[in-house]
Ligand binder design. Structure first.
Ligand code: UT7
Length: 334
């Protein structure tokens, strides 16, 4: 009998730019304070990429680590997908094509997806489906952002919250169910499309002097409204995926939520009644890195030796769109 095929997370890698921007640095730019930022978000510092670094540069560095750890050569990669809302170029070429070229991956499909902070869970769902369909065996997925390139450094409501970085994973094949991605679910609700939005320079408001003067090219967020929907959606999404798979929170070794705000993470953790030792928290160090946040968080705990081969992970993401998603999987990296 033919062996069953499942998708498996075989490695993780991440890259954070060297330049650390502290809350005290931001105090010099906008009317804010370290005290406010820490109390309202938990963030102490974030990384901003250099002017000559683009999203593909961050993505490539993370991807190289993931490929090395998976012991996969560029030739063996069947597909590259990048999730980003801060691509190297507006419209085209895709950041994935640039990354594939930098890695020496030739003649394979490469494309970007846009699912904001839920990007990595959307990537997992795509990679899972491509592997289960037996179309591909090794898929490189990358969440990468130079969010600083779309931040309005005059807007204290947003500029203190975000940071740059990239996280990558190699999704491969396993015949063992207990080493695989158990389930991924993703969803959206466009009714709240204006909660997180970069209004300018798309086909709705094409680039013009007026658009630039109104600073519409930058990210805007209805923070408070987003906060409330985030807590509710993240909590219910996790309950749903656990129930669907006949699992309880006690079956999970690490809960890896999107790193937007420590208060959101605590509220969701409390709602789930999860042991705080199991909650992966990196927002204090990197801020909100959008699509890169979940893989960067997994990588942090992996490098600290806490997440290891066999760890059961529960991922939970939420972002612009609105989009959200969750996943249950076993970490199958060495
Ligand atoms: O990644 C995608 C999903 N994103 C999220 O889930 C983010 C969700 N939202 C949040 O994390 C929080 O809503 C924020 C951190 C953005 C804001 O926290 P908040 O507790 O909801 O504050 P608020 O927006 O209700 O603002 C409270 C006060 C306001 O002043 P007044 O009107 O009470 O006088 C703001 O003007 O805090 C003020 N404020 C600031 N003060 C100092 C807003 N930003 C700042 C700032 N520094 N940077």
């Amino acid at each position: 009998m033919e062996k069953p095929i499942y998708a498996s997370l075989k490695s993780i890698g991440a890259y954070a730019p060297e330049n650390i921007v502290t809350n005290y640095d931001l105090e010099k730019i906008v009317d804010t304070s370290d005290e406010w930022i820490v109390k309202r978000t938990g963030i102490k510092e974030r990384r901003f990429a250099e002017a000559n670094e683009a999203t593909s540069d961050l993505a490539t560095k993370a991807a190289k680590i993931a490929l090395k750890r998976a012991k996969i050569t560029p030739k063996e990669v069947d597909m590259v997908i990048v999730a980003t809302i801060s691509p190297d170029f507006f419209c085209m070429p895709s950041t994935a094509c640039i990354v594939a070229n930098k890695l020496g991956i030739v003649g394979k499909p490469a494309f970007d997806i846009s699912a904001a902070c839920s990007g990595f869970v959307y990537l997992l769902s795509l990679a899972n489906a491509f592997i289960l369909s037996k179309m591909y065996k090794n898929i490189l997925i990358i969440g990468a952002e130079k969010i600083s390139s779309i931040l309005d450094m005059q807007d204290r409501n947003t500029c203190v919250l975000f940071g740059d970085g990239a996280g990558a994973a190699l999704i491969g094949v396993t015949s063992e169910r207990e080493k695989s991605i158990v389930d991924v679910q993703v969803s959206s609700n466009g009714e709240y499309q204006d909660f997180l939005i970069t209004p300018g320079c798309g086909s709705r408001y094409p680039a013009s002097q007026e658009v630039l003067e109104q600073r519409l090219q930058f990210l805007k967020m209805k923070g408070n409204e987003t906060f409330k929907v985030a807590v509710k959606t993240l909590s219910s999404d996790v309950v749903e995926i656990l129930e669907k798979n006949h699992l309880s929170i006690d079956d999970i070794d690490f809960f890896v939520p999107h790193q937007a705000n420590q208060r959101i993470i605590s509220a969701v953790g409390d709602a789930l009644n999860i042991d705080s030792q199991k909650v992966v928290l990196t927002v204090q160090k990197y801020g909100n890195t959008s699509a890169a946040s979940i893989p960067m968080a997994i990588n942090e705990f992996y490098e600290e030796g806490r997440i290891k081969k066999g760890s059961k992970l529960l991922l939970d993401a939420f972002g612009g769109g609105l989009t959200w998603g969750s996943a249950i999987l076993t970490f199958n990296g060495e």
